[in-house]
Design a protein around this ligand. Structure first.
Ligand code: GLY
Length: 583
């Protein structure tokens, strides 16, 4: 543990890096941040009776819903959707990245979390992302093959199926739609068509990527073009035939290792062969009589979510108007404190011991709450709890609920949109740049401006700290809300606001997802907001001392509420193509 004074020094250094902020994605994220929500009466959830998949890409959502229709459970549907999105939503759907799945399994009477986060190759060193001057070098951690973590998605989805699938579908059957789509191609539309041209230059740095994502004249594929991924079809077929061994052993990893090595990376066949997805106990807490089940470390998502909810629970949120300055002020103050703890304590639990039980306890929240002044913003320096607690760390989200009472909340990612941009030649696998989620040096920040310390330094076999927060809210042990989001650091505050909107403000899930959001992550000490807040609300927040900045980068909380009226699906309207596919 480093001292408070040292933290301040490192943080000051980190702030400088925040300014560099995800160069290639900034323009696009900013454009998307100017989302203006429709009026409340225009917002309707999609209703289904028997099962539902809400995902960012409609072909994949429908593939999952079809599995439900044919008697599959939520895990079967999630696996089919996850593999299909690796084809139809290459921006974040993947087999070259990683993620997290939270499952409420009625059949097993169990809540579990599947951790399929990427790991750092064995040759990783703590200083790997520093330049010759000893300072963080973001070109290494974001744009180079050194940023590629050992992909976990294939291990994670197959593990979920093996342990929690219905047994009615083979892996090969669930992969078949993805194989067909990769081999035959599909027409590019919606969010894929909106984002691919922005990222084409990054992808086209590598001929194997350019070949797939370009027109014959070398420019980007655009809306209406056909995206065909023949090599990806072959890789998915190898997985269908051999299970995860088809990805982690044999010709596919050989090609991955060669492509990554040729591009300057350090991943070996042993790194791939030894990759393991992990079944973990989710973090659990409660909020106003509901149980909250979310992702444990190596994601910070669940811990930060529970800490913020615990802080808010002591305030009468429902007495303050939703979206009003007093309500937003408390949200901001809670976020600020929990994100500060994220920075200091959280990381890969295989390498560090974080005071998780304390951070998610009601007592600790009460202490945090006591420091909140209803009239004034707390300076970021004071948001660090004075005495550390003592005790014994671009993306896409989909939600699935089936008719048997099972639910899946899955968030997975390549980190940036389209990852590092490198497709390993001969595999069709687009690779991640997840290792930028490590902290290059104590006090430095990642592409999302998240500051970190020793707990999250790079190390061999280590999983970088994530913000992904796939979450299931239960009442009397039955799912009532399944939610999550992409958006890097903004994931957790998004999930928080969806939950508060539903539980405190009784909003229907579509309105809860749609409502304008804001975000504070401790550092930078600013409140990022979407459009849609009233001018006088913003003025009131500023008067309390908050530094309010527009825009807020993209998030997309594809959620499902389980209600007396059936399943209500809320595809997030912030980007094109999200769909609630139900039956
Ligand atoms: N790469 C974003 C996250 O895991 O939080």
């Amino acid at each position: 543990m480093i001292s408070f004074a040292a933290e301040r020094r490192w943080i000051a250094a980190g702030i400088v890096l925040v300014v560099a902020w995800c160069g290639p994605c900034a323009a696009q994220e900013q454009r998307r941040g100017f989302y203006t929500p429709p009026s409340a009466d225009a917002i309707h959830a999609v209703v289904a009776e028997h099962g539902m998949v809400v995902a960012q890409e409609k072909i994949a959502a429908r593939i999952g819903a079809d599995v439900l229709r044919r008697g599959g459970n939520a895990v079967d549907a999630a696996v089919a959707t996850g593999f299909a999105m690796a084809v139809t939503y290459p921006r974040a759907g993947n087999i070259g990245g990683g993620g997290f799945m939270v499952i409420h399994s009625r059949e097993h009477a169990e809540d579990v979390a599947i951790d399929y986060r990427e790991t750092a190759p064995a040759a990783t060193t703590p200083g790997m992302f520093l330049g010759a001057d000893g300072k963080p070098d973001i070109a290494k951690s974001r744009d180079s093959a050194l940023s590629i973590g050992v992909p976990g998605t294939v291990a994670g989805l197959t593990l979920a199926l093996e342990k929690y699938g219905s047994g009615k579908f083979t892996l090969a059957a669930l992969l078949q739609p993805a194989i067909d789509l990769a081999r035959d191609g599909f027409v590019l539309t919606d969010d894929g068509a909106d984002t691919l041209p922005d990222w084409h230059r990054r992808l086209a740095r590598w001929p194997a990527s350019a070949k797939i994502f370009s027109r014959p004249d070398g420019t980007s594929l655009r809306e209406g073009d056909r995206l065909v991924q023949t090599d990806l079809a072959a890789t998915l077929s190898a997985i269908a035939e051999q299970g995860p061994r088809g990805f982690y052993e044999g010709p596919v990893p050989e090609k991955l290792v060669k492509a990554i090595g040729d591009a300057g990376g350090i991943m070996t066949s042993d790194d791939l062969k030894s990759y393991q997805a992990v079944i973990r106990a989710p973090v659990r807490g409660s909020y106003r009589g509901y149980d909250i089940v979310s992702m444990p470390q190596p994601s910070s998502g669940g811990v930060v979510l529970l800490e913020t909810l615990n802080i808010l629970e002591g305030f009468p949120m429902h007495e303050m108007k939703q979206g009003s300055a007093p309500s937003l002020h408390l949200l901001i103050e809670a976020m600020k404190r929990a994100y500060a703890d994220r920075a200091r304590y959280l990381g890969d639990p295989a390498f560090i011991s974080a005071p998780v039980a304390t951070l998610i306890s009601k007592d600790y929240a009460a202490k945090q709450r006591a420091g909140i002044d209803p009239d004034h913003a707390t300076p970021w320096t004071d948001a660090l709890s004075a005495t550390p607690p003592h005790e014994g760390s671009n993306t896409t989200h989909f939600s699935v609920v089936d008719s048997m009472g099972n639910a899946v909340s899955n968030t997975y990612t390549l980190n940036f949109s389209y990852g590092v941009g490198l497709v390993a030649d001969g595999t069709g696998v687009l690779l991640n740049n997840e290792l930028d989620d490590f902290t290059a040096a104590p006090g430095a920040s990642n592409a999302f401006g998240l500051v970190g310390f020793e707990a999250n330094l790079p190390g061999p076999g280590k999983r970088p700290l994530s913000s992904m927060a796939p979450t299931i809210v239960l009442k009397d042990n039955k799912p009532v809300l399944v939610t999550g989001s992409p958006g890097g650091s903004r994931i957790i505050s998004t999930v928080l606001q969806v939950i508060v909107n539903v539980l405190d403000y009784s909003m229907n899930v579509a309105a809860a997802v749609d409502a304008p959001r804001l975000h504070h992550q401790w550092l930078p000490d600013e409140v990022r907001i979407e459009r849609g807040f009233a001018d006088d609300t913003i003025a009131e927040l500023k008067a309390k001392g908050h530094h309010v900045v527009e825009p807020l980068g993209q998030t997309s909380a594809n959620s499902i509420a389980v209600t007396d009226y059936g399943l209500l699906g809320a595809p997030d309207p912030r980007s094109r193509g999200a769909e609630a596919a139900g039956q």
